[in-house]
Design a protein around this ligand. Structure first.
Ligand code: SF4
Length: 285
């Protein structure tokens, strides 16, 4: 029997790299340990993504600041904020930043895809993911990923991002057109961090995904055999544990300091290094 292809997603691959224990709790343990409640910065991120998707469903005549404000109002997720005043203040802030961001976008030019599913198949894996936006620029496809954290991403972030490279490879196959340019659009600052891949750099990223998936195939099998007795899922404590959704189930992570408040991501530091906040956006249906 040929070995079945390993079904991967960028989030799954990155979860393993972040922390094997968290990967196990998120993807293997059944019943799945209860994750902590949603934080405010995740609510802001999901609402912003939803508005930037639904904006393109509006008729041209309603693609206005007022139309955006209405979308923010109806998309708002009032979860994780300190109090109603903080929620209202961030709703106004998101409205302003999305309006400003869309001012630099040609609102008459419909994107090629919005939250579009793309898939990639190699000899050993299948990768599926959902891309925030795909643009058609002079016959080529461009991957656009929205960011909403406090810190604007750098060109190095665009260059090294595994998900962006896999999206580009997947989009090229889905649309049968070149797709080598990936862009991180930081909505609050309206900055764009971009990178142009080459065939070789995309191949290197696909090989990286295959290598990680090879590790996952091995540890998944170990888990299937030994369950939580498996030694493959060593916790990897770090300062990011104070943001981890599963730290209530992880004594080692609890040693890393007090848990951050639900709204800490809005105010103090940028938690974007903990990828779970991004995953909830990437993997939403
Ligand atoms: S609390 Fe830290 S060590 Fe524990 S699962 Fe989360 S990230 Fe891993």
């Amino acid at each position: 029997m040929p070995t079945p292809l390993y079904p991967a997603s960028p989030s799954r691959l990155l979860a393993w790299l972040d922390c094997p224990r968290r990967y196990r709790m998120q993807y293997l343990d059944r019943p799945k340990p209860e994750a902590r409640s949603q934080r405010a910065h995740t609510s802001v991120g999901i609402a912003t993504h939803n508005v930037l998707r639904d904006f393109w469903d509006l008729p041209q005549s309603r693609r206005t600041p007022e139309g955006v404000a209405e979308l923010v109002r109806t998309s708002w997720i009032d979860v994780g904020f300190r109090d109603p005043e903080q929620s209202a203040s961030w709703r106004a802030r998101v409205t302003e930043s999305v309006v400003d961001y869309l001012r630099q976008v040609d609102r008459h030019r419909q994107p090629l895809g919005l939250e579009r599913a793309v898939a990639l198949r190699t000899d050993s894996i299948t990768v599926t993911g959902r891309v925030d936006r795909l643009d058609d620029r002079d016959g080529t496809v461009v991957v656009v990923d929205y960011k909403t954290g406090r810190q604007a991403p750098s060109e190095d972030d665009a260059r090294t991002s595994l998900p962006l490279a896999l999206y580009a490879a997947g989009a090229a196959r889905v649309f049968r057109r070149p797709c080598v340019r990936v862009e991180l659009h930081h909505v609050p600052t309206r900055t764009v961090a971009a990178y142009e891949h080459t065939t070789e750099s995309l191949e290197r990223k696909i090989a990286e995904a295959e290598s990680i998936a090879g590790d996952l195939r091995r540890v998944d099998a170990d888990f299937a055999e030994r369950g939580i007795e498996s030694l493959s899922f060593t916790p990897r404590p770090s300062p990011l544990c104070t943001w981890c959704d599963f730290r209530a189930h992880c004594p080692e992570g609890q040693q890393m300091g007090p848990e951050k408040s639900d709204w800490a991501g809005l105010e103090a530091v940028d938690p974007s290094g903990l990828r779970s906040s991004v995953e909830s956006i990437e993997e939403k249906p």
